[in-house]
Each structure stands twice: as structure tokens, then as C-alpha cells.
Design a protein around this ligand. Structure first.
Ligand code: NAD
Length: 476
């Protein structure tokens, strides 16, 4: 199957005439070839988006919201097809994929309803005859760049707030989930989005992604991906003083205190560290357990973790990592952790499928929490287990990273909970659950290397996708 670009509501082959190959990570079979777009394709998409801007931004937000509600209904109708696509492109089970499609529908509905709000402020004035107010103005064409770890949710997280605000969109799809992005473009047309409002560019980051970032007609770039690429994009966009939202990597801790509910803590430790094969910016790669329960926690954790099931069936705990590159990075990290004295907590007992990029769940003990290796984000099902005596020691270990995305703490003590909430350097802190992110109405993002301070989604995303204009009337 050929996965084309989606420009002006039409599927178009790349002007480069080049194609990339997409394989199913669960069995390494080729499933499609996707357009390797170049600067000309990007220019074409940006030009179609520019042409569509006047009409789209001229609709009331409520009219745009009605179209997004139609979009949500269309996603609902195509739910099983979309889930099948997520599953084959990422190697997740159908149930997990259905959950992601549902999350995208919820995003769509939330931002569709924002069409009735898009609130701004009424302002007072020093002049008694003056009434002042702010209004929101869309940027124009926005460029959105996404990874493939939760592919449909990543797309939904960006396109719906951008569209409700009146921007037109050029989305650079992930090369690991091209077909899904094309499906979303087609669903946009079916829902009644005018041509040029939502355009999809396929291709490599360094070529198609960079062409989008460098295009001066793109007024705002919103990027989710690795910190190294995000830093480069931040620099490039700031050279033209464009708006830029960066949602980047994370190194996250789950902290279990002596008084925690052990069963609940183990449940959340496993899902925080291993769900989606550890390919989550919020994944808990550091497990910190207080001394009195360390031994019993470790025994229970080991017993469950070594027996987890890997595969693409609904009762499998997680599937493969997304591609061969990620597979090699994960395996190299395991080798490196062994080299610095890491002792594997268990040898994985269950079957690992012969084909596919499967990395077994791996937990290391005896690693110095200050080790340089623990400062690198890996994006695989690999975690380290650490023992701590008091809560300040736990805080030091958790905060000893350049990132600051999420953290979870397990305790029944409200005072200790609050101490962690105030002192953990993270954009999300969850008590008695996992290192998981947001719901559609909750802002997500982090400190330090985890981003540039932007928060998406939630109503905070509206601040990214609009400029504020202050106006006034003076009675004469
Ligand atoms: P990546 O940075 O390699 O790629 C992400 C996207 O950027 C892809 O579409 C890619 O083609 C594109 N890209 C790559 N180089 C580019 C360039 N020079 N210019 C423009 N675009 C370019 O990341 P990945 O490996 O696909 O995804 C994993 C990373 O994403 C992890 O670091 C993870 O933590 C992060 N992530 C963050 C969040 C968040 O909300 N903070 C959510 C999911 C993933």
C-alpha cells in the first residue's frame, strides 16, 4: 500500500518520487511504503493551508466546533478501522488501540465544545470612559510535528486545539505511523473540513519536518518528540520569532513509601514502567522504594514482572518497541547498565515472540542513582530499582535529572503527599497512581529538558494556538 500526502483534501504522491518503508514491529512484515516528502511537498501543503485560512478563520468558533463534533462522530464510526491501523503500525493490542482512539475522540469533543467558550478577559481602565477587552486571534498556518508512541492521541492533542482556534494545519506525520495520519486527513474531509484546512505531510524528520519548521509562512510550530530535536526546532523557530510549543522527553520516578498500599503500588509500578513497552515520555524508569518495605516489594514485583506476557493479544501486557532502531537502543542500554554493575532483578521467564522488535521487561538494582546512564531517556521497557531511607533522599534521586515531566508517589500520609507535590520538579505529580499524563482538559508538560514551558492539551493549549489582541472603546 502507498501512503500519500494529504494536501487540499487530496491524496498526493511525493514530488521527490521517493518512498520509505514501514514495517509492522510485531512481525517485521512490510505493511506500506510512505511518501518521502521534500521541501516542494511541504511548500505545496503550506500554500494550500494559507489559501484556506481566510474562510476557516472567518467561521465563528461555534461553527468550527460543529465541524469538529462531526469529526468526533466520524472517528467513532471508524473506530475499529482506526484501532486496527494503530495496532498494525505500532504492535499494540486491539484493546489498547481502541483505548487510544477513544482518547482521541474525547480530545476532539473537548475542543469542539471550546468553540462555545474561547474565553478572554474584560478589563478595567484608568480612564472612566474606556471599556477594554481581549480577543483571541489565530496565527494562520500552524505546523504540527508528532511521534508515534500513542499515534492517534498525539495527532488529536494538536490538530483539534489548533483548528478550533481558527488556524489551518500542516501536520508532519511520524514515519512510524503514516497510514493512521492519512486516515485522519480523510476523516477530516468526510467531516466537512474545507480543502486545505487539514493537510498531512509524510516523510523523514530531517527533510520534511525540517522544511516545515523552516518555512516562514508557518507562524507557529508545535512539536512533540525528543529533547535533542526539540532544542534544534526551538532555535530554528526563534530565529524568526515564531511561536513554538515543545513537548519533549522525560525521566520519571515512581516513589513508594513505607506506608503505601503494596498491591496498588505494584500495579502502578508495572504499568508506569512497562506499558506501551516503556515508550512513553511519562514512563517510570526509576522505581524508588523505602527501606522497610524494599524487600517485600521487590519479591512481589519480581514475581509478577518475570511472568508478564508479551505480544499483540488483548491479554498481553505489552508489545514490541516501534522499530529496529529503538530495539537496538534498548538492548544497548541493557548492556551498558550491566557494565556499570547493574544486577538484573530477574531473568524474564515467559515466551518472547521470535519475530518482532520485542524487548523483555528489565529491572536493574545496585546502580548508583547519580550514574550518567540514568540521565538518558531510553524509551524502552527498562527501569532501575533504588532503596531510600527518608523522603528527602527520595526527592533528591527523583529530582536528579535535567527533565521534569511526571512523578508518582505512593503513601497514605497527606502531609508527605503534599511535601512531594510541592517539591518534586515535575509538571505532573500523581499520588497513589502512576506516572501517567493528562485527560483532554488537563494541562500536560514539564520542566527543564521536558519542554519550553508550554502546556497542551487543556484550555492552556488555546494560549499556544492564538495571539491575544487587546482592544478598547472610549466614550466621547
Ligand atoms: P523524534 O524527536 O525522533 O521524532 C518526533 C517527530 O519529529 C517525528 O515525526 C520525526 O520525523 C520528527 N523530526 C525528527 N527530526 C526532525 C527535525 N530535525 N526537524 C523536524 N522534525 C523532526 O522522537 P521519537 O523517537 O519519534 O519519539 C520519542 C520522543 O518523543 C521521546 O523523547 C519522548 O519522550 C517524546 N515524547 C514526548 C511527549 C510529551 O508530551 N512530552 C509525548 C510523547 C513522546
Amino acid at each position: 500500500m502507498d501512503v500519500c500526502n494529504w494536501i487540499g483534501n487530496k491524496a498526493l504522491k511525493p514530488q521527490s518520487k521517493l518512498w520509505g518503508i514501514k514495517v509492522n514491529p510485531a512481525n517485521e512484515e512490510i505493511i506500506s511504503r510512505f511518501a518521502h516528502s521534500n521541501n516542494e511537498d511541504v511548500k505545496h501543503a503550506v500554500s494550500e493551508a494559507s489559501k484556506a485560512f481566510k474562510e476557516w478563520s472567518g467561521l465563528t468558533p461555534i461553527a468550527r466546533g460543529s465541524l469538529l463534533f462531526r469529526f468526533a462522530r466520524e472517528l467513532e464510526k471508524q473506530k475499529s478501522k482506526l484501532a486496527w491501523c494503530v495496532s498494525t503500525e505500532t504492535g499494540k493490542s486491539i484493546n489498547q488501540s481502541l483505548g487510544e482512539v477513544q482518547a482521541a475522540i474525547a480530545q476532539c469533543e473537548f475542543f469542539a465544545s471550546e468553540g462555545r467558550r474561547l474565553y478572554t478577559n474584560s478589563l478595567t481602565s484608568e480612564n472612566p470612559n474606556k471599556t477594554a477587552q481581549t480577543i483571541r486571534v489565530p496565527h494562520g498556518v500552524v505546523g504540527l510535528i508528532v511521534p508515534a508512541n500513542t499515534p492517534i492521541a498525539n495527532i488529536a492533542w494538536k490538530i483539534f486545539p489548533a483548528l478550533i482556534c481558527g488556524n489551518t494545519v500542516v501536520l508532519k506525520a511520524s514515519e512510524d505511523a503514516p497510514q493512521l495520519a492519512l486516515m485522519i486527513g480523510k476523516i477530516g474531509k468526510k467531516s466537512g473540513l474545507p480543502a486545505g484546512v487539514l493537510n498531512i505531510i509524510q516523510g523523514q524528520g530531517k527533510i520534511a519536518g525540517e522544511a516545515l519548521v523552516l518555512n516562514h509562512d508557518v507562524k507557529c510550530i508545535s512539536f512533540t518528540g525528543s529533547t535533542i530535536v526539540g532544542m534544534r526546532i526551538g532555535e530554528q523557530v526563534s530565529r524568526r520569532l515564531g511561536r513554538c510549543s515543545l513537548e519533549l522527553g522525560g525521566i520519571n520516578s515512581i516513589i513508594i513509601l513505607n506506608d503505601a498500599d503494596l498491591e496498588n503500588a505494584i500495579h502502578w509500578t508495572l504499568s508506569s514502567a512497562f506499558s506501551n513497552a516503556g515508550q512513553r515520555c511519562a514512563s517510570a524508569s526509576r522505581i524508588l522504594v523505602q527501606d522497610k518495605i524494599y524487600k517485600s516489594f521487590k519479591i512481589k514485583l519480581k514475581r509478577i514482572a518475570e511472568n508478564l506476557k508479551l505480544g499483540v493479544l488483548n491479554d498481553d501486557f505489552f508489545g514490541p518497541v516501534i522499530n529496529k532502531k529503538q530495539y537496538d537502543i534498548s538492548n544497548q542500554h541493557i548492556i551498558n547498565l550491566k557494565k556499570i554493575g547493574g544486577k538484573a532483578l530477574f531473568t524474564f521467564k515467559n515466551k518472547i515472540p521470535k519475530k518482532g522488535f520485542y524487548v523483555p521487561p528489565t529491572i536493574f538494582e545496585s546502580i548508583n542513582p547519580n550514574s550518567k546512564l540514568l540521565k538518558e531517556e531510553v524509551f524502552g521497557p527498562i527501569a532501575t530499582l533504588h532503596n531510600f531511607k527518608n523522603i528527602n533522599q527520595a526527592l533528591r534521586i527523583a529530582n536528579n535529572t535535567n527533565f521534569g515531566l511526571t512523578a508518582a508517589v505512593h503513601t497514605n500520609d497527606i502531609n508527605k503527599s503534599l511535601y512531594f507535590i510541592h517539591n518534586l520538579r515535575a509538571g505532573v505529580v500523581n499520588i497513589n497512581s502512576g506516572t501517567f499524563g493528562s485527560e483532554p482538559h488537563m494541562p500536560f508538560g514539564g520542566f527543564g529538558y521536558s519542554g519550553n514551558g508550554a502546556r497542551e492539551p487543556g484550555t492552556q493549549a488555546i494560549d499556544i494556538y492564538t495571539e491575544l489582541k487587546n482592544y478598547s472603546f472610549t466614550k466621547i
